[in-house]
Ligand binder design. Structure first.
Ligand code: NAD
Length: 479
């Protein structure tokens, strides 16, 4: 039942068939800008999951024997369809997740870029031949890992499903994807683009359900050879344990708590402008969002005032409305978490410079918030905030800030702003993270690895590394 004309009706996709509610349980998909229900989402039964496993096994048998040029053509055609349908897909993403229409449109283009990159990259899956002086030889070949069980969160309703499908399909794997139940519509559109491009039956299944039930069922199956998860660190640890029983390959993209280091010699205007934009992106609900702002003493006051002025002045509202620069948070759990983190920081001695409150009584809006002089003991300096809060703290020396930046168990992204080439090199080397932005506040590109170290996860998505993560090697020794 769809109450918004532009939001599609929702279904599961198993073994080439779109499956509606029948007598299945449902989940209400909510518009975060209004709190109203958009549509009812059918949830899988255990039988559905068994069917999905069986279909994926058969789909893999077909797809692994399909030549790279055909796989490439499917991905390339799907990319073209996503570009054609970008406005439609973006509107769905904004309705179900809240982000601005402009951001959602960019996300659709990024998804198309990724499919195009993998359409090229999958043609370059080479092995090697080791010729022995005795005349014997060893051949090293790369083969697709098998059926992939993938779990994607709600924060990039278009980009996350594109990542979970792109590299495995390029590699010759089949996929069972469970996107977040909060943002199913855009995931369905990405799958439709792949199917309309000619993806054979069984190569991609889309399931929604009670997350714990779905992941336990799929990860207990020996048919699944790889787990690919994006989400929080606690859920990631839980899934790693489930995957251990059948020793599956894993790619884990878990949370971060990105340090951003602004040195005295930074271009202040550039740093303020880029960081305010990065912090507002998807209302701060981004795993690589700048979160811990370490600002050198000589520039601290000026940065704090300029950043608070710019960030605090953003136009907040429904992401579909013109001129809106930041939408609501994605679900009611996030504003509740913001309130707790801010109260804790202030009671530990932080100063609230701007924001700090929910906006209105409809939807899940939160003011852009800046906290200054935040002590390292505050919860917000240790837990990923996943919201529009910047926590500022001053530092004196490079050695001191490196130690503080690296002090957490996570290591996803880190940023630095400086005009010194030497300092840029030193900080790039010193940060214990998977991705560093220097004088930029972005870290993702189709051709570069995206992933973290420490408890932020392992294995990268995007780039040649993302394809490699879907391949296994075999050495064939021949006399
Ligand atoms: P959560 O930990 O409940 O869920 C995170 C994601 O994992 C969701 O998409 C959820 O559907 C999925 N999930 C939860 N339990 C699962 C299970 N047993 N099996 C399979 N999937 C499961 O948190 P949330 O309230 O949705 O989000 C809050 C936190 O999650 C954030 O603070 C952030 O740390 C993290 N998060 C990270 C990313 C990321 O890109 N790394 C994205 C979204 C959320």
């Amino acid at each position: 039942m769809t109450s918004d004309a532009t939001y599609p009706s929702l279904a599961l996709h198993i073994d080439g068939e779109w499956i509606g509610q029948g007598n299945r349980a449902i989940h209400n998909v909510v518009n975060p800008a209004t709190g109203g229900t958009l549509a009812e989402l059918p949830l899988v039964s255990a039988d559905d999951l068994d069917r999905a496993l069986d279909a994926a096994e058969r789909g893999f048998a077909v797809w692994r024997r399909t030549d790279a040029a055909t796989r490439a053509q499917v991905l390339k055609t799907a990319a073209g369809l996503i570009r054609e349908r970008a406005d439609h897909i973006a509107r769905i993403a904004t309705l179900e997740e809240g982000k601005t229409f402009g951001e959602a449109r960019i996300e659709a283009q990024v998804a198309a870029n990724l499919f195009e990159f993998y359409a090229e990259e999958c043609k370059r899956t080479y092995g090697r031949v080791l010729v022995r002086p005795t005349g014997s030889r060893s051949i090293v070949v790369k083969e697709p890992v098998g059926v992939v069980a993938a779990f994607a969160p709600w924060n990039f309703p278009i980009g996350n499903p594109a990542r979970k499908f792109g590299a495995p399909i390029a590699a010759g794997c089949s996929v069972i994807l469970k996107p977040a139940e909060e943002s199913p519509g855009a995931a369905i559109e990405i799958l439709k683009a792949l199917l309309d491009a000619g993806l054979p039956t069984g190569v991609a299944q889309l399931v929604f359900g009670e997350p714990d039930q779905v992941s336990r069922h799929l990860l207990a199956s020996p048919i699944v050879r790889k787990l690919s998860f994006t989400g929080s660190i606690p859920v990631g640890k839980h899934l790693l344990k489930l995957a251990a029983d059948t020793v599956k390959r894993t790619t884990m993209e878990l949370g971060g708590h990105a340090p951003v280091i602004v040195f005295d010699d930074a271009d202040l205007d550039q740093a303020v402008q880029m960081l305010a934009m990065a912090k507002s992106r998807n209302c701060g609900q981004v795993c690589v969002s700048p979160t811990r702002f370490f600002v050198q003493e000589g520039i601290y006051d000026r940065f704090r005032d300029a950043f608070a002025e710019r960030f605090g002045a953003l136009k907040i509202g429904n992401g579909l409305h013109d001129g809106v620069q930041m939408g609501p948070m994605a679900n009611p759990r996030r504003p509740a978490a913001m309130a707790r983190l801010i109260e804790d920081a202030v009671s530990n001695g932080a100063r609230l410079i701007t924001g700090g409150e929910a906006i209105g009584d409809e939807g899940f809006f939160w003011q852009p918030t800046v906290l200054a002089d935040v002590p390292g003991t505050a919860r917000i300096m240790n837990e990923e905030p996943f919201g529009p809060i910047a926590s500022l703290t001053p530092f004196a020396t490079l050695d001191e800030v490196v130690e503080r930046a690296n002090s957490l168990p996570m290591g996803l992204a880190g940023y630095a702003f400086t005009q010194s080439a030497k300092r840029a090199m030193l900080i790039g080397d010193a940060l214990e993270v998977g991705m560093v932005g220097i004088n930029v506040a972005t870290t993702a590109a189709a051709d570069a690895p995206f992933g973290g170290v420490k408890e932020s996860g392992h294995g990268a998505e995007d780039g040649p590394e993302g394809l490699d993560a879907c391949l296994v090697t075999k050495a064939i020794h021949q006399q």
